[in-house]
Design a protein around this ligand. Structure first.
Ligand code: ZN
Length: 151
């Protein structure tokens, strides 16, 4: 089976579950610009979902392009650095204080940590409002402490 993925609209999800599923305001989403790090809801054709961070590279009025900044657990077709096309309506969170972009040494370290996590993680049940799903490995710098320069 070929697994396909898509993004879920945060705006629609918020309309369905206004009290439990909150998203950044329209003004906040409109203000997102290149360099910002935002969270999107990824959903796969087998029902698997993860909410993951993406660093914005291009920001149009509606259409955006970014790079995945998570290590996905259950998305064989996605990896840290994958190019992601999305729209502002998909943004479900905006990072307050993002670290510098991933550097190769720290990505290597993060993959090692992920292998340990994968041994213990069980597939969680998704909640109806999409509130669950923050199970992917968020990238964090290791040895370099976020000081390594990145092109
Ligand atoms: Zn680093």
């Amino acid at each position: 089976m070929i697994l396909r993925w898509k993004l879920r609209s945060g705006v629609k999800q918020n309309r369905l579950y206004p009290t439990t599923f909150s998203i950044p305001s329209e003004d906040e989403r409109t203000a997102v610009q290149p360099g910002d790090v935002v969270k999107l809801m990824f959903e796969q054709s087998d029902g698997w979902g993860e909410r993951m961070w993406v660093r914005v590279e291009k920001a149009g009025r509606h259409r955006m392009v970014g790079r995945l900044e998570n290590l996905p657990l259950g998305f064989p077709r996605l990896d840290i650095g994958s190019k992601i096309r999305f729209r502002r309506e998909h943004i479900v969170d905006i990072h307050d204080d993002p670290a510098p972009p991933p550097c190769p040494d720290c990505v290597y370290e993060a993959r090692e940590r992920q292998l340990e996590t994968l041994r213990s993680v069980r597939r969680p049940a998704a909640s109806a409002d999409g509130g669950a799903g923050d199970i992917g490995m968020r990238f964090v710098h290791g040895e370099c402490g976020g000081t390594a320069s990145v092109d």
